[in-house]
Design a protein around this ligand. Structure first.
Ligand SMILES: [Zn+2]
Length: 74
């Protein structure tokens, strides 16, 4: 059992084949199949990286003042 997000039709689902390359049951396109834990770890890593970048951008756009302090000034 593996998890995939089809690179062709964007269908997200479970696949009966083990991790590796496989065919999307939705469109028949070839797509990469992932181990479930690996798949979730990759998504969490990207999510965490985006949150860090968002925090950095918010601080930069507020002149280094954390967003909550900016909100209390107005
Ligand atoms: Zn597909």
């Amino acid at each position: 059992m593996s998890i995939y997000r089809c690179t062709h039709c964007k269908h997200l689902g479970e696949h009966s084949a083990p991790a590796g390359m496989g065919r999307c049951p939705q469109c028949g396109g070839e797509t990469k199949l992932y181990d479930a834990v690996h798949f979730i770890n990759q998504i969490l890593a990207r999510y965490t990286a985006v949150l860090r970048e968002l925090d950095t951008l918010r601080e930069e756009s507020s002149g280094g003042v954390p967003p909550l302090q900016v909100a209390s000034i107005h």
